[in-house]
Ligand binder design. Sequence first.
Ligand code: XMP
Length: 335
Amino acid sequence: DWNMPDYISEAVEKIRAQVGTDEVILGLSGGVDSSVAAALIHRAIGDQLTCVFVDHGLLRLNEGKMVMDMFANNLGVKVIRVDAEDQFMGHLAGVSDPEQKRKIIGREFVEVFDKESGKLVNAKWLAQGTIYPDVIESAGKGKKGQTIKSHHNVGGLPEHMKLSLLEPLRELFKDEVRKLGVALGLPHDMVYRHPFPGPGLGVRILGEVKKEYADLLRQADAIFIEELRNTPYEATIVPGFDQDAVPKNWYDATSQAFAVFLPVKSVGVMGDGRTYEYVVALRAVQTQDFMTAHWAHLPHALLGKVSNRIINEVRGINRVVYDISGKPPATIEWE
Ligand code: XMP
């Protein structure tokens, strides 16, 4: 167990000693690890750090704006935002196989990131939010693993850049990374967010990815997350139980929750008319390790409210279903 202010000042000293006056590049994804790494490195070396944030158009509602507000506007971190939505959508057009989609998203990500980073000709270091569990697991990545962490060891940046790796979170577990993030001034809700896959909404739109689908899914997903956050978790408190460990709301009571876009149309009624629109599935799971998971027994009133709101507020969705499959045999994501 460590004392946070001491930990931060030690980590800051270590980073300063390591990089001296060199410039550092960091790929910001919006996820917890790269965000905390950015905040820590910025604390240590300020403007010697430049972050590159690739917006692939498969982020959640307002996520790009949130990242820019938090880092560029609030913390004063130098961030280059690359709007690559058209490039990603272009390469994904006509592709429906999940693994093919992952490959394309991963490849384009590296392409865009390297092109942007290559412009920072004075950079000597590539910073990454690698954490201790990544270090242990880095041996074998199977089906998944489209993270910036795995690509960049492979290279692809201009030869003359020869970047060294800066990984200040290498010794930390996830809960320690979160505490560090809060201590560095990142918003609590951001630091305690559910995990979000590297390919983003790309694997939550079944089959071919289209901007139209991504826009519908973003709205439905945001409603689901908002209601989970706003619905208190009713726990039976046993005397002597650690009150702080009891989740405050259904967002905190679930390990991962999201909407999935199903590109099939079904019939509905609205007013005097008939509708023929898309379907959204809601997924919420509880798990310790993400290797096995239970579907969350969300209150029916919460599910009903989310369904009503999605159908009333998202033009183009007229049916909502709830996924009651455990892992195994289902996976958490639908692709
Ligand atoms: P599954 O769907 O296999 O997911 O039960 C287990 C966990 O892994 C996440 N996941 C991914 N993360 N790139 C990632 O960075 C991916 O391609 C990917 N696919 C799944 C998933 O969100 C869950 O937390």
